[in-house]
Design a protein around this ligand. Structure first.
Ligand code: MN
Length: 713
């Protein structure tokens, strides 16, 4: 087991003058809270955070990362609380540790392979500080090194996840040695047979191969020296997993893979690299299309090298990489290599370009003065417009930023969306307009009888949710109109001793529908509900004498006239429907400005009430329909008022006068005199809207001896 003193020595060598005290405190604290816990290997649990911190120290990371490495499991696995970690070690370390914890608790175990890319994006997006990812990689590396202590099922799960998620992340960050080790170890557990097979093939003829390596290396050194180039020459076997992949993807037998061995030349400067390339190409014939200039065109993960494959001394293919010492360091450690730079060193133009891929993703990246400051400001905000959330089963869903549980529900299934009544995020109930965040585990609560709400349109972000909600509303309004239209027709037909329901399926009815320009009788009935045609128009097609029709019509008109119902809409809009038959509730007599609601009334179309009307509140909510005042109003509306006053001569005339002065008409009036000489006068007056009514009432209140003037509800 690595000792804390070794770790501290490494960090202080790489970062002279850093805060070593905090590492020591992190160690003591970690030892205390993990005390008594044991790894599957039988070692004390503390060995794990120590090894992780050791890996981080080897990567030359700063003391904050190393301390966070020592503490990386305390929130998840011990009685330690987030608050305690924050209080003891400050915001930086706390944020990193809680970032690692958040990734660790993601329910990814059952995720399907095809989701790997989304999961990688989610993990990168969740880690706002790149050090979170570096610690997570070190953690996974040590867990893979001790994987043999797990049961086989667990081994396979963890190895697959490592291969799918963590090795590609290491590759993306350019930490090649971690990528290679993670791949090889995963490969060994996932495909032990294939792994051993390649192991055997590589060790077969080993002596012969090693002699070959030495020959080629010696020859290359000689050639470089002849041209006064002082370079390091290395020859190594490619890792087993990449040999396996090559055999699989190119369908080759092991014997046919020539570049099982890769040679590398490391020099001091870039011009030397191109010079060495020229020497090799002059010496051995290069293979066309195999030359790659990653110095001129670095890979996104900062990797730089010249790659070439040539026909070697024995007529075989030889793969050679050429790069500088600096590039070699980056090739091995990628982004982590930059942590080693001493403070105060300016980042030059070239360095800035290398970081371009990260730079584009980071805010305020232009003005950093040194590498440390730059690295600290690196926030991995790779995908600012997306959030990644999980189903309870661990499937990742990608949603636009700002998306809500309703969007999530519709993404799962239209029915789930339509029946969504509530949502839990990370086990807690949240409002439906909650803004989802990356890493949230979302479960939707549904109810078969529940229906979407129009209000959802105010906060949903996805096109799918929006269009599904709109579609549902449309269908629902049509359903309501059909119900309403059917009731109106039944009633009208009944009066003429005709059975509408039995006529519905007749040829005659189909013809009537066609006559009015509808494809189906359902559309015909719906349009009666909408108020586009009247039930009497339909009825007339079934009646013998047209004159009885007109007699009926005039009677109806009289009735409608009594309730001041000249036009069908009378200044009220039913949302989503044109030309509906409407009337106003006599009970509450709404006037423009009142908050109103519509009710589908059997046989009469829609009755409009004030929202606070006692009768309206008693009605079945299923029959409720949204209505609003039209913006263009020209009519006047009846409303009842009461005026309380003391009796005197000329009182009524004065009140009537003040009503008339405000341009309102009196439709009816009555008075009651009480014993105490108090008089209650009741008027029904026609006003334009609530403002108009208020003006009338306030004028009445100024009449001599009037105590009170109010609207009756
Ligand atoms: Mn761990």
């Amino acid at each position: 087991m690595i000792r804390i003193t070794d770790i501290i020595d490494k960090v202080s060598a790489n970062h002279p003058g850093c805060d070593l005290d905090i590492i020591e405190r992190a160690y003591i604290y970690s030892a205390r809270v993990h005390e008594g816990q044991v790894r599957l290997s039988g070692e004390p649990y503390l060995s794990h955070p120590l090894e992780v911190a050791g890996i981080l120290a080897d990567m030359k990371l700063d003391w904050i990362s190393v301390s966070a490495g020592l503490l990386h499991d305390v929130i998840e696995d011990t009685r330690s609380t987030p608050q305690e970690v924050r209080d003891l070690f400050g915001d930086d370390i706390f944020n990193i540790v809680s970032g690692v914890t958040k990734i660790s608790v993601l329910p990814l175990k059952s995720s399907k392979e095809r989701q790997a890319e989304s999961i990688r994006k989610m993990i990168l997006a969740m880690a706002k500080d790149i050090r979170v990812i570096l610690i997570k990689l070190a953690d996974r590396l040590h867990n893979m090194r001790t994987l043999q202590y797990h049961k086989e099922k667990k081994q396979l799960e963890i190895a697959q996840e490592t291969l799918d998620i963590y090795a590609p992340i290491a590759s993306r960050l350019g930490i090649f040695w971690i990528k290679t080790e993670l791949e090889n170890t995963s490969f060994m557990f996932l495909m032990p047979h294939e792994y051993r097979n390649i192991q055997n093939l590589v060790s077969k003829d080993r002596k012969e191969r090693e002699e070959y390596i030495e020959t080629v290396k010696g020859f290359l050194r000689e050639q470089l020296a002849k041209n006064k180039l002082n370079g390091e020459v290395l020859g190594r076997y490619k890792n087993y997993y990449s040999i396996y992949q090559k055999m699989q993807t190119q369908g080759l037998a092991f014997e046919d893979i020539y570049d099982v061995i890769a040679f590398r030349i490391i020099l001091d400067t870039i011009p030397q690299c191109y010079e060495a390339l020229g020497i090799i190409h002059a010496l051995w014939k290069p293979i066309a299309h195999k030359f790659k200039d990653y110095i001129g065109f670095p890979k996104p993960n900062l990797y730089q090298s010249l790659h070439t494959t040539v026909i070697g001394p024995k007529g075989e293919r030889v793969e050679i990489q050429i790069r500088t010492h600096e590039m070699d360091k980056i090739a091995k450690s990628g982004i982590a290599a930059h942590w080693g730079y001493k403070e105060g060193k300016q980042i030059d133009e070239r360095m800035s370009q290398r970081f371009a891929w990260i730079q584009n993703l980071v805010e305020n990246q232009e003005n950093f003065s040194n590498p440390t400051e730059f690295m600290e400001s690196v926030r991995i905000d790779l995908f600012p417009d997306e959030v990644y959330v999980l189903t309870p089963r661990g499937d990742v869903k990608t949603l636009p930023k700002g998306a809500t549980p309703v969007d999530f529900a519709y993404m799962i299934h239209t029915e789930v969306g339509n029946q969504c009544v509530g949502a839990k995020v990370n086990g807690r109930m949240v409002p439906l307009q909650y803004e989802l965040r990356t890493g949230d585990v979302v479960s939707i609560i549904t109810n078969k009888n529940h229906q979407p709400s129009k209000d959802w349109l105010n906060f949903v972000k996805t096109v799918k949710a929006r269009s599904k909600i709109r579609q549902w509303i449309k269908t629902q309004e049509k359903d309501k109109s059909i119900g309403l239209g059917r009731e109106m027709c039944e009633k009208a037909f009944q009066k003429n001793r005709l059975n509408f329901t039995s006529l519905l399926r007749t040829e005659e009815m189909a013809k009537v529908a066609e006559h009015f320009g509808f494809k189906t009788t359902e559309d015909l009935i719906a349009s009666v509900g909408y108020g586009k045609i009247t039930p009497l128009q339909v009825l007339s097609k079934f009646l013998q004498k047209p004159e009885s029709n007109s007699a009926e019509k005039s009677l109806l008109n009289k009735i409608i006239g009594r309730v001041r119902k000249k036009k069908p809409h009378a200044g009220v809009i039913v949302k989503g429907i044109d030309d509906v038959l409407l009337r106003f509730g006599k009970c509450c007599q709404p006037v423009p400005g009142d908050s109103i609601v519509g009710y589908i009334t059997r046989g009469y179309g829609i009755t409009v009430h004030r929202t606070n009307c006692v009768n309206a509140l008693k009605m079945n909510p299923d029959r409720q329909i949204e209505v609003d005042w039209s913006p263009e109003l020209t009519e006047t509306y009846p409303t009842k008022i009461r005026v309380r006053s003391y009796d005197r001569v000329g009182l009524l005339a004065d009140i009537a006068d003040s009503i008339a002065k405000n341009g309102a008409n009196i439709l009816s009036a009555s008075t009651e005199t009480a014993e105490s000489k108090e008089v209650n006068s009741f008027f029904t007056i026609a006003v334009e809207n609530t403002d108009h009514l208020r003006r009338v009432l306030s004028t009445i209140k100024k009449v001599k001896l009037v105590q009170e003037a109010e609207r009756l509800s």
